[in-house]
Design a protein around this ligand. Sequence first.
Ligand code: URP
Length: 362
Amino acid sequence: MSGELRSVEQVLEKYIPEEERREVWRLLYGRELRSLELPGCAVESASQKGFELKGYVFDAAAEQLRRPRVIRVGLIQNKIQLPTSSPVAEQVNAIHKRIAEIVEVAAMCDVNIVCFQEAWTMPFAFCTRERLPWTEFAESAENGITTKFCQEIAKKYNMVIVSPILERDELHGETLWNTAVVISNTGAVLGKSRKNHIPRIGDFNESTYYMEGNTGHTVFQTAFGRIAVNICYGRHHPLNWLMYSLNGAEIIFNPSATVGELSESLWPIEARNAAIANHCFTCAINRVGTEHFDNEFTSGDGKKAHHDFGHFYGSSYVAAPDGSRTPGLSRVCDGLLISELDLNLCRQTNDKWNFKVGPSSK
Ligand SMILES: NC(=O)NCCC(=O)O
């Protein structure tokens, strides 16, 4: 086979006969999810702009005392837009422009909360261990240009935005952090959540730039449910998910940047398992593409000097507390995954299985 495989699902669909396919699908992905009907203008726009658009529905049982709490989340995975050697401001602008196009389609599909990938405004340059120009991508979480950009679109579309950036804390010694800024549907900055487990593995030399975050396991009450952000490497730590969930999160986002050789066999399991263990929804997002850096780098692991991390495999997906999950977005191209969630499923699954020890399981 030449080039990258597009997706596991495409292979299953191609080679398994229809009568067995449904059963194989059920065994691998849990109950079959309905496809979300998407407006024609959204489908057309996604195709014109060259990104994948998929939508699924997670139903819950009807209750007598509570209405369904149905909301829509959008997960965006994307490539960087310009070569990593382009001027910093141009790179940031080009990615803003691309994300604006994709969010516009999310808005056509009535998405309430959208989450971007880890460090979405920049190439994942932490492999290089160089300072300039990469530290120039760092911005204030409260009033940097990316937060301003997100505030505009949040207001315009009445959408909560989870925006993971490289943060420069100008008020505290210019410290850098790997931070998700949460912006409410009114455009206000609700707060921020900093990555709390930093990889020191392979080319993930992130500890050269920032340390473990100091924001605890914050949960944000939004107009569309209680959300938390467990950034990338945090997904390998079961207690991390547990803490967000004990603090009340109904949806935990996991914006990531990870590559095939290292983590792809873990990817479909970890966020899904976290949804099951913690009776909540989890949303795993990974960037796509291969990012080239002009200067060669090594990581003290005996490998020859090289110019890239390898392939970021996308495959973003949503998992539900009952263990069901969406198929992944592709491994190779930009995409928007929309999921309609009935948040009542969290309590319903908690009452049934009761895995957690904590106030919500009493
Ligand atoms: N960005 C990041 O934390 N990547 C580490 C690799 C992984 O967790 O798969």
